[in-house]
Ligand binder design. Sequence first.
Ligand SMILES: NC(=O)c1ccc[n+]([C@@H]2O[C@H](COP(=O)([O-])OP(=O)(O)OC[C@H]3O[C@@H](n4cnc5c(N)ncnc54)[C@H](OP(=O)(O)O)[C@@H]3O)[C@@H](O)[C@H]2O)c1
Length: 325
Amino acid sequence: MLKNSIILNNGAKMPLIGLGTWQVNEPLELRNAMNAAFESGYRHFDTAFLYKNENIVGKVIEEWIRKGLVKREELFITTKLPLAGVHPDRVEMFLNKSLHNLGLEYVDLYLVHFPVCVKYHETIDFPLNEAGELQAEPTDHIAVWKKMEEMVELGKTRSIGISNFNKNQIARILEKATIKPANLQIEAHLYLQNTELIEFCKKHGISVVAYSPLGSPAINIFHEKQGYPTKNLPKIMEDENVISIAKKHSKSPAQIMLRFLVQNGVAAIPKSVTPSRIKENIDIFNFELDKSDIALLKTLDKGEAGRVCDMNGFKLSNHPDFPFK
Ligand SMILES: NC(=O)c1ccc[n+]([C@@H]2O[C@H](COP(=O)([O-])OP(=O)(O)OC[C@H]3O[C@@H](n4cnc5c(N)ncnc54)[C@H](OP(=O)(O)O)[C@@H]3O)[C@@H](O)[C@H]2O)c1
């Protein structure tokens, strides 16, 4: 039977299912979601400086610890360095801000959120120039990584990793790293299986967390808020092949999507604020997809055409690292 956690390259244990919290900013909604998650057995929570909810995540954690219901060392808390922090002078400042928001002495995993640096403004996360493009700033990703390593040495994070980095960018970090990335967080689901990148990470001992593992069906709410064009989204959970495999195992399409990832050793952080779905999304360790299921599900991959969460809205064409080589 598949275990519900994996061991990272530094010996730390990461639960294979975590709760995603992007776009959950309403305190009561996030509190209820986290309470439901804790009650359903989640011990892995994913947030980011940019999500503007670290303080709520931290409060709920504090309550569970204070009531003696969980111990800090049982939890796996991930947060992320925002775009303005992807500069060697600003890594520690941003991690300190996140630790302050979360009310924690350390996080379990600190990720460089994007391979992109923007100008630092105290109150603006995505500063734009007159052309409406992000105010990009050249950066040195190796020097940023060295600062990330320092954060481990200072005890402010147990593990470090990257998100939205491609193979070449990861290879450049690996070449100079003293502490190898413990994790890569990328979009991965049945329509964007990211097989090559995942295999590359496995070969280098880097664990992978799949974000938008259900295809982020509500992402247009974010696009509308940001003034980005909305997208015609693929309805993966309505795919007839996924539905037929779900029926075969008496599971839901979401559970098939999540099981497909974790059975391949890839962790997933589905977001939900609905208690029944939160429970359902972690109830995937009591069945197994067989060879024929896996073979069929592999055929659903659409590669880049299946990507839901791209960076086009960022209007990065003026960025020194663009297109990301
Ligand atoms: N590193 C990055 O750049 C990055 C980018 C994107 C996301 N992330 C992380 O990954 C997490 C998950 O990705 P995501 O939020 O984009 O999308 P997702 O988890 O693929 O999808 C979330 C959506 O699916 C719905 N849902 C959840 N469980 C369901 C179920 N069992 N059946 C049917 N619908 C279900 C949720 O609705 P309800 O909430 O209404 O139940 C919500 O609308 C984020 O929250 C964030 O923590 C990271």
